[in-house]
Design a protein around this ligand. Structure first.
Ligand SMILES: Nc1ncnc2c1ncn2[C@@H]1O[C@H](COP(=O)(O)OP(=O)(O)OP(=O)(O)O)[C@@H](O)[C@H]1O
Ligand SMILES: [Mg+2]
Length: 245
């Protein structure tokens, strides 16, 4: 943790899924704080609760119990429409599978969140173009997703996540479907955004990817089992060992 303003405060968060007669404790008492301009990687085995936590942080889901304060406001007490509003205003989401609409070109895909935020046509166009330029795709705005490479598609998705100037960028395995060279480009972009002040929380399975963050949270069975500055995490030691850089 640094000394910046706290943006996220989770207090004993539990998320239980009921499947038939079984209860699955996807999150089992998670407490943590994340401040403005932090760059955090979340690691853990498959099924450890990473995506469940990201969905909660992104206000796409609600906890079964516990409290989640987003920028000082308790989201657990918000109505569904207030929660949707908070999501639109404060959160940008990037997924492993890009989730672009195939019929729309890059510009229209990036404009989508602005339609929900009730921006007029001119403003939408201007902001979407700027976001695409920010991710280095100013010359691809008319391309549809099938006319873009994997890395370019992910850049469009990042531009869409950034277009509302969210407080927090959430990325769930953003390089999971990309080759290592393309992944490096996306990670360089995240570092640049972080240097410009963007708060970033990113899920990854890979030590090499996690080492780009400043802090690593590790999860197991719905619990946080370690939370360290990157230099003190095993991932960093592993990387220093010179393997798979
Ligand atoms: N909608 C759901 N209904 C029931 N169980 C679910 C649901 N979503 C997730 N789970 C369960 O909750 C646990 C945590 O899932 P989650 O998707 O958060 O894992 P993860 O850490 O993101 O895994 P991965 O690395 O494979 O993406 C898993 O055991 C999963 O089977
Ligand atoms: Mg997941």
């Amino acid at each position: 943790m640094n000394n910046s303003k706290t943006l996220i405060k989770l207090n004993n968060i539990k998320r239980t899924y009921k499947v038939g007669s079984e209860s699955i404790h996807a999150l089992d008492g998670v407490s943590t704080e994340i401040g403005e301009n932090e760059y955090v990687a979340v690691m853990g085995h498959s099924g450890s609760g990473k995506s469940t936590m990201m969905n909660l942080l992104g206000c796409l889901d609600r906890a079964t119990s516990g409290t989640y304060e987003l920028d000082g406001k308790d989201t657990t007490k918000m109505s569904n429409s207030a929660l949707a509003h908070a999501r639109n205003e404060k959160i940008g989401f990037v997924f492993q599978s890009f989730e672009l609409l195939p019929r729309l070109n890059a510009l229209k895909n990036v404009e989508l969140p602005l339609i929900y935020a009730r921006n007029g046509w001119f403003m939408r166009h201007k902001k979407a173009k700027k976001a695409l330029e920010q991710v280095g795709l100013g010359d691809r705005i008319g391309h549809r997703p099938n006319q873009l490479s994997g890395g370019e598609k992910q850049r469009v998705a990042i531009a869409r996540a950034l277009v509302n100037e969210p407080d927090i960028l959430l990325a769930d395995e953003p390089t999971g479907n990309l080759d290592s060279k393309t992944s490096k480009g996306i990670l360089a972009l995240f570092t640049e955004l972080h240097n410009q002040g963007q708060t970033i929380i990113m899920v990854t399975h890979e030590s090499d990817v996690a080492c780009h963050a400043k802090r690593i949270i590790r999860m197991l069975d719905g619990k946080i089992i370690s939370d360290l500055p990157v230099e003190q995490d095993d991932a960093y030691q592993y990387r220093l060992g010179g393997q798979r850089l």
